[in-house]
Write a protein that binds this ligand. Sequence first.
Ligand SMILES: Cc1cc2nc3c(=O)[nH]c(=O)nc-3n(C[C@H](O)[C@H](O)[C@H](O)COP(=O)(O)OP(=O)(O)OC[C@H]3O[C@@H](n4cnc5c(N)ncnc54)[C@H](O)[C@@H]3O)c2cc1C
Ligand SMILES: *[C@@H]1O[C@H](CO)[C@@H](O)[C@H](O)[C@H]1NC(C)=O
Length: 592
Amino acid sequence: MGNSMWYAFLNDELCYVSLWVFACLIAVIFLWQTTLQLAAHLRRLATFTDPLQHFHRVPDWRLSWVKRHLLYAPLWRNRHNREMRLSRAINMGTLPSRFHALLLAFLVTMNVVLCTVTIPFGSKESTVAELIRNRTGYMATVNLFPLLVMAGRNNPLIPLLRVPFDTWNLLHRWLGRIVLLEAVAHVVAWGVPKVQMYGWKVMLATLSKPFMFNGLMCMVAMLAILIQSPSPIRHAFYETFLHLHIALACIALGFVWHHVYRYSCKFYLYAGVAFWAFERLTRLLVLLHRNFRPGARTTAYIEPLPGDTLRITLQVARPWRFAPGQHLFLCIPSVGGWTSHPFSVAWAGDTAPEHEKCLKNTLDLPPSSAPAAIALLVRRRTGFTDNLFKRVVAHQHALRSPMAYHDDPVSLPALQSPTGPPLRLPALIEGPYTSHHTLTSYGTILLVAGGVGITHCLPFLPDLLRGYAAGTVAARRITLVWIVQSPEHLEWIRPWMTEVLAMEGRRTVLRVKLFVTRPRNPREIQSPSATVEMFAGRPDVSMLVRMEAAAQVGAMGVVCCGSGGLSDEVRKACRSVVGGTVVDYFEEGFSW
Ligand SMILES: Cc1cc2nc3c(=O)[nH]c(=O)nc-3n(C[C@H](O)[C@H](O)[C@H](O)COP(=O)(O)OP(=O)(O)OC[C@H]3O[C@@H](n4cnc5c(N)ncnc54)[C@H](O)[C@@H]3O)c2cc1C
Ligand SMILES: *[C@@H]1O[C@H](CO)[C@@H](O)[C@H](O)[C@H]1NC(C)=O
């Protein structure tokens, strides 16, 4: 009896150990990020006394080593984000980076150690099995807390540690696998001695006791989660995956609740569930706050653009002060039901002149009271975005027929715009969520965008140019590289680009390089000016990065948003120059 009390005490203590390790990791990352933040702030301040910023080009070899071999390094050679495909349809997922892989290995090792430490393996088999059974049960439960915290978009650790959601998502998946393995060990350590001592019949009969049954059902639900969550399935049927995943997780939690409520580890479960419920509530409140105001609702104006893309201009009931790098979740109930999809904000504030005219006309709002518009560019995929695209095309067709012309008074004032007036639908948005990387302290900034990835990069330009004109940022050399398939894709951002190119100081700091990979004829590819150049074909990314590094002013910040293959190239190029100069690399993948 004394012995088992001692072991129960140990189980509780080891649960604390596991949570303390998480707390220490959080503290270390917080210190690291705060130091970097502080360094960036000082660097930005220093540019006011040292405009040439020579000092900030000089790398610290230790930091460079860490970036090159750990933080920015893919697991093996170069592959990180490019998906491993068996065929066009089957996406086997991506490899974690070296740092992430180490972190995951650490988590797994920690759990193996915590499940086995202090267990006297030399003693009687049945005692060892019982101890392991109890321990793995406790460890599986304590892990539910971080598991549930990491699942949420509104995880407070995201802004605190400036660690993006996709990293938490990776940890969430691995912690889920750890919990499942611990649960399996728990069941095996219970079942094997039972069978050995009393035979299968008794073991199966015991399963019908409520306590055992609840545990078993939780196990079954978790196995079902495992089966439905591999990357190919997740990516192919994301919505289905998500709904089923949440339902199965609720089932598993409900059963395990009844299984553990007698043990002290139940508090970890309660804490996890409370956090999850709180996160959901936060989302609901954000949604209500953002989209409903007396006399105003959020409305989406949707227009087709060349190349299977839509421009969605959102008239938000309660707008916010926009900062570059933000994304939001868009829900259009009449097209996608309650599902919401993440999109980066491509532009905020005034929209294109002709577009704005048509917005004002359709809105019947005096210009001053019209809240700033938030614009998205949405590439057509196969689910919600496809349905939305079809809806818009059908709307455009209907407008061309003379019947609809009279039905729809909204269409009248805007007929001069080339594609007809936008489709107008009630929408709900949730956000904004921020990427938390600021580029204000870099003398040299390279933005690399592939296709619709431009939405993540574009908003940094007006922000940095305004800062340059006001003398509040370190930026002296900004380069935007945009890779598109066809020249007509340039239309996506034409009005906004016109605005950027007209900004003060842009001729001195901003260079734009457009790469058209599939031009229809070579004459289309003409550079409008020396600072806005156009090329045919794919860029040599490593040469571009080396050119920037050679002409670098101050520290360099590189942002990439594009396909997995493109980010891997940019990552590799950055790693190759990181020891010679100061380079920070940021990536936005558009998926998790
Ligand atoms: C932070 C972020 C910013 C993004 N910004 C843009 C943008 O500016 N422009 C743009 O065109 N696309 C953007 N995307 C991608 C966009 O969210 C997906 O293309 C869109 O959700 C696909 O919807 P679908 O139903 O048509 O997808 P499907 O064709 O069914 O799936 C295509 C891919 O999108 C993923 N996906 C589908 N639904 C969701 C969802 N609800 N949440 C997360 N991923 C999902 C799937 O895993 C799948 O790999 C962004 C994604 C993220 C994570
Ligand atoms: C394992 O847990 C059970 C249930 O709490 C308890 O009765 C038993 O004594 C524990 N066994 C050991 C060896 O600690």
